[in-house]
Design a binder for this molecule. Structure first.
Ligand SMILES: NC(=O)c1ccc[n+]([C@@H]2O[C@H](COP(=O)([O-])OP(=O)(O)OC[C@H]3O[C@@H](n4cnc5c(N)ncnc54)[C@H](O)[C@@H]3O)[C@@H](O)[C@H]2O)c1
Length: 337
């Protein structure tokens, strides 16, 4: 059975992925620095839950502590590394850009070094739909150029993709980069819209709706997302013998065992429809505060998920209304509201 080192297990996506892997009998070691970007008690609760599950062990430290990370890898001897820890958040990157360099550039480099030295079967790392930046041809496909990042957050993730490609090429390290599209779901992040909106509506506070509501997002349910990651673990890229062997629409590198894969719902939802679904699930109307577009933000995201489906046979498809209802139920239970 595979031994998987997952970074970011106290975080939203890492927690759900660890749960799924443990349910299938994997040995999982979590590595998370418990950063205070948002409420640390939520991260602690997630880790406590995982620690009650057989097969899970964890280290709480920063990725920047490369000696500790290497020591953990030496002791755990992972077959696979899934790297999800990082400084997330588009808007925060305007306030604290250095945090992105430290966690996403230095931290990711340290993870890549651990993967190289342990010759793991597969390294999988989180990138983001934000790397599509100012691209406006939708849905976004992995093979199109993505060179117009609009924030330091997305720039660090694009840099991670380039770093990953170089190590895949140099060290024959099979590497998959995920581009995630607006992930939501139970145990979600307090800085993301769904959490903020539900919290504010329940308290009777106004919600800020940017670009006057003229926004679209490809909302991806976290359960679908981690199912996609799980399937991709078993699908390491193989360096093609010749560029002619690469199928059309596959982002496989011509010179490395390296691939970029969108994980999204493959659908774009109007922000105002999203808000209406929240109102319905909460059973209360929102006080809407319409605002201009935020700096660094994009009006729409929408994933082409054909490659994920071709590689794994799987396509995320939770209806956002069902996903929102599940989230509201969790939120009320978690906060006793
Ligand atoms: N949630 C989304 O919608 C979304 C979309 C696109 C990409 N992503 C990416 O997916 C990954 C996981 O996102 P998430 O939503 O679970 O975020 P999250 O903030 O909930 O989880 C990230 C975890 O990484 C840890 N961490 C941060 N910096 C660290 C460091 N320097 N050393 C050690 N641990 C550190 C944090 O403590 C946190 O628990 C991130 O890389 C994020 O950029 C997320």
């Amino acid at each position: 059975m595979k031994r998987v080192l997952v970074t970011g297990t106290a975080g939203f996506i890492g927690f759900h992925l660890a749960k799924l892997l443990l349910s299938e009998g994997f040995q999982v070691h979590g590595y998370d620095g418990m950063t205070d970007y948002y409420d640390v008690s939520l991260k602690q609760r997630r880790h406590q839950m995982l620690l009650q599950t057989p097969g899970f062990s964890a280290t709480e430290d920063l990725l920047e502590n490369h000696e500790r990370l290497m020591q953990v890898a030496d002791e755990f001897e992972p077959d696979v590394i899934v790297h999800l820890a990082g400084q997330a958040g588009v808007r925060y990157s305007l306030e604290q850009p250095r945090s992105y360099i430290d966690s996403n550039i230095v931290g990711t480099f340290n993870v890549m070094e651990a993967a190289r030295q342990h010759k793991v079967d597969h390294l999988l790392m989180a990138s983001t739909s934000s790397v599509y930046g100012a691209n406006d041809e939708m849905p976004f496909t992995e093979v199109e150029k993505a060179d117009t990042q609009l924030t330091i957050y997305s720039a660090t993730k694009k840099a991670n993709e380039a770093m990953g490609h170089s190590y895949a090429h140099l060290w024959d390290l099979p590497t998959t980069m995920f581009r995630f599209f607006t992930v939501y779901g139970t145990w979600g992040r307090p800085d993301l819209a769904l959490y903020k909106f539900v919290d504010a509506i329940l308290d009777g506070r106004p919600i800020d709706i940017y670009n006057h509501g003229d926004m679209h997002r490809d909302f991806t349910n976290v359960n679908d997302l981690v199912r996609g990651i799980r399937l991709l673990i078993d699908t390491p890229p193989i360096r093609p013998a010749s560029p002619d062997d690469i199928e059309e629409g596959d982002s496989l590198s011509p010179v490395a065992p390296y691939r970029v894969v969108n994980i999204g719902n493959g659908d774009k939802v109007r922000l105002l429809d999203f808000v209406e679904a929240i109102e319905e699930a909460v059973g209360k109307k929102a006080i809407r505060n319409y605002m201009p577009m935020q700096m660094g933000d994009v009006p729409a995201t929408w994933a082409n998920t054909d490659l994920l489906q071709r590689l794994t046979g799987y396509r995320p498809q939770t209806d956002f209304k069902d996903g929102i209802a599940q989230f509201v139920e969790w939120f009320r239970d978690y906060h006793g509201k």
